[in-house]
Design a protein around this ligand. Structure first.
Ligand SMILES: CC(C)(COP(=O)(O)OP(=O)(O)OC[C@H]1O[C@@H](n2cnc3c(N)ncnc32)[C@H](O)[C@@H]1OP(=O)(O)O)[C@@H](O)C(=O)NCCC(=O)NCCS
Length: 190
């Protein structure tokens, strides 16, 4: 057995005193609210966003489209799944194509009457650094606030600087440090 330990932060956002302005997306980008049957769209963005990142080591399913699809199905089936906190960001497809491309995903679930939890936020690599990640998190927080939540939690891998900085800049604070144990031989989360 070959074990690895990943340091993770639990972060919390206090919604009670927060006034969050509806985020505005850069030109060309649009919000797509959750609709039933969209698991495949969220899964594809999740896969593109996570496959080369540290969290695909911590959670093997994030490095594989089918793993992302199963994860999305599981999230959408949770009793606390919150459509108002679950969004895609969509952009027109490449020149000449008739379609669209999803480039950002976030999902929210409630874990008690007062607490929401962000599941995964991901922006496809070609679309990073334009404020889309921040916009997704803020849109999700507004969804939790409208559902009456008082706080929102999440977990993030400590070495995932982009994500830690994103959450800090939005206003999350670290409340706990956790260590997640992985058996590298089986790549399973224990
Ligand atoms: C984390 C992630 C969502 C950020 O998306 P993004 O659209 O590039 O982020 P934004 O452009 O909205 O940046 C938000 C803030 O984070 C900061 N930030 C983003 N990337 C950063 C980096 N690599 N280093 C330091 N700070 C960074 C920005 O300075 C910005 O601050 P500001 O809003 O005060 O200007 C994206 O990198 C990603 O999808 N990563 C892989 C998936 C992942 O790990 N998700 C998190 C799981 S917990």
């Amino acid at each position: 057995m070959s074990l690895a330990y990943y340091k993770r932060f639990r972060m919390v956002f206090d919604l009670q005193r927060a006034i969050i302005a509806p985020p505005v997306l850069p030109e060309g980008y649009a919000w797509t609210p959750w609709e039933r049957g969209q698991e495949d769209r969220h899964a594809l963005v999740k896969f593109h966003s996570f496959r080369d990142e540290i969290d695909a080591e911590v959670f093997e399913c994030l490095g594989d489209y089918h793993g992302c699809y199963q994860l999305m199905k599981d999230i959408a089936l949770q009793p606390g799944f919150l459509p108002e906190a679950t969004w895609l960001i969509t952009v027109p497809g490449p020149a000449g194509s008739m379609g669209y491309e999803d480039c950002g995903t976030i999902q929210g679930v409630t874990v008690s009457e007062t607490t929401g939890c962000i599941q995964n936020v991901g922006i496809a690599p070609a679309h990073r650094g334009q404020g889309l990640g921040r916009a997704l998190v803020e849109r999700c927080l507004i969804g939790f606030q409208s559902a009456g939540m008082k706080r929102v939690t999440l977990e993030v891998t400590a070495t995932n600087t982009a994500a830690v900085e994103l959450y800090r800049h939005v206003g999350f604070q670290v409340t706990r440090t956790l260590f997640r144990q992985i058996d590298l031989e089986y790549s399973a989360v224990l």
